[in-house]
Write a protein that binds this ligand. Structure first.
Ligand SMILES: NC(=O)C1=CN([C@@H]2O[C@H](COP(=O)(O)OP(=O)(O)OC[C@H]3O[C@@H](n4cnc5c(N)ncnc54)[C@H](OP(=O)(O)O)[C@@H]3O)[C@@H](O)[C@H]2O)C=CC1
Ligand SMILES: O=C(O)C1=N[C@H](C(=O)O)C[C@H](O)C1
Length: 239
């Protein structure tokens, strides 16, 4: 499979390692310096593009790739206000598009655990809920994309929670997300239900970026040759 790497930073380089180990080749490596080369990417030279750039650049990159009829796996967070527009563009151009806030198997299992826990805790409103995320100091967006997915999973299973906020709050209808930035943390997410008697907590801690990169390459393998909108649920076939 010929993969174009859009974003050749921490994630782009990690993805390249895994892609080469899995016998794929790299057709383009794009960063800010050679950003215009994205216009040369086409189905003739590339099977799939993997986009990990920045919240400011993702939308334009995705628009170009999909219009050029190139299927895309996107991991960039912080651009989702325009997700529907991008999905429509993928459908119009008859290619595949897959976005995930987190590509690791562990986090995708954790998403399910979070939903099950929210279903249970929904019946015990005297527990206060707090969602905490810790990432490296270079991270541009807050809250993390993963914590937004976790908050959505809670709201779908705990109807009294109607919105999320990115600050500490004890308002009963809110999912409070506290974001912390510390050197060299690949990504940690904690969900805590607590009252004056006890505390129930689930936590996912990534030890490196390997799980994110492997998941992105598996996603690229999965969508190659397909058309439509996909998610990591399709790739990992989690029940
Ligand atoms: N979904 C998931 O599982 C994961 C998602 N992420 C997300 O992925 C994104 C990237 O993370 P990370 O690799 O750590 O970030 P880095 O800052 O290390 O890398 C970003 C890369 O994007 C490039 N870039 C920025 N703007 C443009 C542009 N306009 N055109 C082309 N390239 C551009 C940068 O180029 P230059 O070097 O020239 O500045 C750099 O190579 C973030 O949004 C992060 O939240 C991260 C990990 C996992
Ligand atoms: O920026 C990162 O590094 C990460 N971003 C993703 C997010 O915003 O959830 C996924 C992972 O936690 C690492």
């Amino acid at each position: 499979m010929r993969i174009a790497l859009i974003g050749y930073g921490k994630m782009g380089k990690e993805i390249e390692k895994i892609a080469l180990e899995r016998s794929h080749s790299i057709s383009f490596r794009i960063n800010k310096e050679n950003a215009n080369e994205i216009l040369q990417i086409s189905p003739e030279n590339t099977d799939v593009a993997i986009e990990f750039t920045s919240p400011e650049s993702a939308f334009e990159n995705l628009k170009n790739l999909l219009t050029q009829r190139v299927s895309v796996v996107c991991g960039t967070t912080g651009w989702l206000a325009k997700q529907k527009e991008i999905e429509n563009l993928a459908l119009q151009n008859q290619v595949a598009f897959l976005y995930a806030s987190n590509f690791s198997l562990g986090v995708n299992l954790f998403f399910r655990l979070n939903e099950l826990l929210a279903q249970m805790m929904n019946k015990y409103p005297n527990y206060k809920l707090l969602l905490e995320e810790i990432h490296h100091t270079e991270k541009k967006d807050a809250p993390s994309g993963t914590s937004i997915t976790l908050a959505q999973g809670i709201m779908e299973n705990y109807p009294a929670k109607t919105a999320w906020v990115n600050e500490f709050s004890e308002k009963d209808n809110l999912v409070s997300i506290v974001s912390k930035r510390e050197p060299n943390v690949p990504g940690t997410h904690i969900i805590r239900y607590q009252n004056e008697i006890d505390c129930i907590e689930i936590r996912h801690e990534a030890y490196s970026r390997k799980g994110f990169a492997l998941g992105a390459v598996l996603a690229a393998e999965f969508i190659t040759g397909k058309k439509g909108i996909f998610s990591m649920k399709d790739v990992l076939q989690l029940g």
